[in-house]
Design a protein around this ligand. Structure first.
Ligand code: UTP
Length: 287
């Protein structure tokens, strides 16, 4: 079945990025000159997804505003003859059909996805985390959708990480069934160092069947009081297959300070106006 809808959870408090995130949502912090969430929206739009369900929380109205028309700004740019900027601003508002749902309290990623239940209905849907940036020639979610067409069940994006970092991620144990595709047998959240069953880490892109909602409704919060999406996917895996897809691309955790800086450098070096200048500047800091 074709995936037509995407859920983008962006209701977390972003505590790792305080004080920047006291008022400004981390999803709006720019990577060079574009908010993280715009890169994600572009990934969705160019993959052929028609509708986005944005899960927002406290102080997150500004994310909706970013993807809305801005008459005042548009009139100003028209008056100044800045048609290039005008087009750019208008394009953002036309990218996708956006519906925002408010998650009243940040009760976890699983709970955020559950907030989209009514709008998603009875069809498989994509989930893209609002702070997980993937730079890829073919958008990551499109790569996943292409593989998912022939499959039933759920699909999660995975990526090989250094063994020394497996304790920072959810890690899968799985059987490789074809190039880049694994049948997931187990998912272990942040295994202790040396105890990970593989170095295949779960990254913030999923394709989920609608059955996940019933499971999420019954999933108990963890010791931190959060309903975890991973717990619900584990439960789903008892009845429906869960696949891990090792995508092609570079991933940055833009909700983490180091990941954010790395993304800015990588995208800055590729930027048509800034690339050369930044490269020259970075030579000041030899390794
Ligand atoms: P994170 O765990 O990275 O977000 O969730 P967070 O809680 O904002 O981060 P820190 O640890 O406090 O810095 C991954 C994604 O899920 C969303 C977040 O906005 C982020 O995009 N999320 C998380 C929700 O929408 N609701 C939640 O209850 C939790």
């Amino acid at each position: 079945m074709k995936v037509k809808k995407a859920v983008i959870p962006a209701a977390g408090f972003g505590t790792r990025f305080l004080p920047a995130t006291k008022v400004v949502p981390k999803e709006l912090l720019p990577i060079v000159d574009k908010p993280t969430i715009q890169y994600i929206m572009e990934e969705v739009a160019s993959s052929g997804i028609e509708e986005v369900i944005l899960i927002t929380g406290r102080e997150k109205g500004s994310i909706e505003d970013h993807f809305d028309t801005s008459t005042e700004l548009e009139n100003y740019l028209k008056k100044k003859g800045r048609l290039d900027l005008l087009q750019m601003v208008q394009r953002i508002a036309e990218m996708v059909t956006l519906v925002a749902v408010r998650q009243k309290e940040p009760l976890g990623l699983g709970h955020a996805v559950l907030c989209a239940k009514k709008i998603v209905g009875e069809e498989p849907f994509a989930v893209l985390l609002g702070d997980d940036l993937i730079d890829a020639e073919v958008p990551c979610i499109q790569q996943m959708m292409e593989r998912y067409q022939r499959l039933d069940g759920a699909m999660i994006a995975i990526q090989k990480v250094p063994k020394s970092e497996t304790h920072l991620y959810g890690i899968i144990k799985g059987k490789r069934i074809e190039d880049r595709l694994y049948r997931v047998e187990e998912m272990i959240e942040k295994p202790r160092q040396g105890e990970a069953p593989s170095n295949l880490a779960i990254i913030g892109r999923y394709i989920l069947p609608p059955q996940i909602f019933e499971i999420l409704e019954k999933t108990q919060p963890d010791q931190r009081g959060e309903i975890q999406l991973t717990d619900a996917i584990k439960e789903l895996n008892r009845d429906l297959p869960v696949f891990g897809y090792e995508f092609i691309g570079d991933r940055y955790d833009a909700g983490d300070k180091l990941g954010y800086l790395q993304a800015n450098i990588a995208f800055g070096l590729k930027h048509p106006e800034l690339g050369k200048k930044l490269k020259r500047y970075l030579k000041k800091y030899p390794l």
